[in-house]
Design a protein around this ligand. Sequence first.
Ligand SMILES: Cc1cc2nc3c(=O)[nH]c(=O)nc-3n(C[C@H](O)[C@H](O)[C@H](O)COP(=O)(O)O)c2cc1C
Length: 320
Amino acid sequence: MNMLPWSSDHPPLMLAPMQGLTNDALRAYFIEQAAPDLVFTEFVRVHKQARKRIAKADLAEIAAHKAAVPLVVQLIGNSAEALAEAAARVQEAGCRHLNLNLGCPYGRMTTGATGGELLRDPAKLIELLTSLRQAISGSFSVKCRAGYDDPQQIFQLLPQYEDCGLDYLILHPRTVVQKYAGQVDHQLTAEVVARTRLPIIANGDINDAATGQRLLAETGVAGLMLGRGALADPLLFRRIRGELPGQVAEAQRRRELADYIENLLERYPVKFCGERQALMKLKDLLNFIPDEGLQRELKKLKRATTVNSFRTLLDRFFSA
Ligand SMILES: Cc1cc2nc3c(=O)[nH]c(=O)nc-3n(C[C@H](O)[C@H](O)[C@H](O)COP(=O)(O)O)c2cc1C
């Protein structure tokens, strides 16, 4: 049985989970404008205490997903029992596709090791994955770093990832201790592809169409996951697919940014129940727009205190 949450007629392009950013309103925007093949929730914390297991708001957001684009729920936690129960609740809420976070470098912020910290105890990790697999009827994947502090660790784990019944694996080829520093090593991604039967999804620093297209053509990956590059340019999905030009001139870039932010300016006050919170969330997103030539204008936008003044500045700086 094919457990993959994408059709096999083209390599899937996925929107990465990004805590604090890829909420349902942003995902809905991406689905409408950029048509990713798959979207992920921000990580959903799984608490050890049964009473708190998953936040009600997380479950409500999962249950509300009605788009044709499949939603993958990403769990973060470390107790086999708690994760299995959380998986059951997520499936009751209507989502069949689950993913476990093995990449977050800030795992000590929760009680006990989670995320990338789980790579420090491979035996326990594999036990955890094997038991979680039993609790999931749809697809089960992990999103992992290449290793905790050694990028070659992935090669020891690969056969075990296969044996414990993963359907695919998303690889961010940095180590956990590296956090976001240094270069991603997609040469390593290609080596992983060559040494496993699992479909591998490449993630990390895919910030322009040429990089995405090259990875698809040269590494044998099954698909791509876009994170910060997609926040900076949601149309990157369509550029990688060749539906839009790979690069745009500055005037066009400003217009596209204006449409993007303007659209979120409509959605966020509804999502976040009020202007102040909506503006805060929008400003967080602006931090991921790296264009050197726009930083002065972005800085001024970040000082706006009302939606109206924000919109006025947006029109002045970015609209044609
Ligand atoms: C602000 C922020 C929040 C993130 N939150 C998550 C998360 O909830 N779950 C996860 O697996 N990865 C998370 N990540 C990692 C991204 O999904 C992705 O793996 C990483 O940014 C590398 O890909 P990129 O270079 O395309 O951004 C986060 C990254 C950032 C920058």
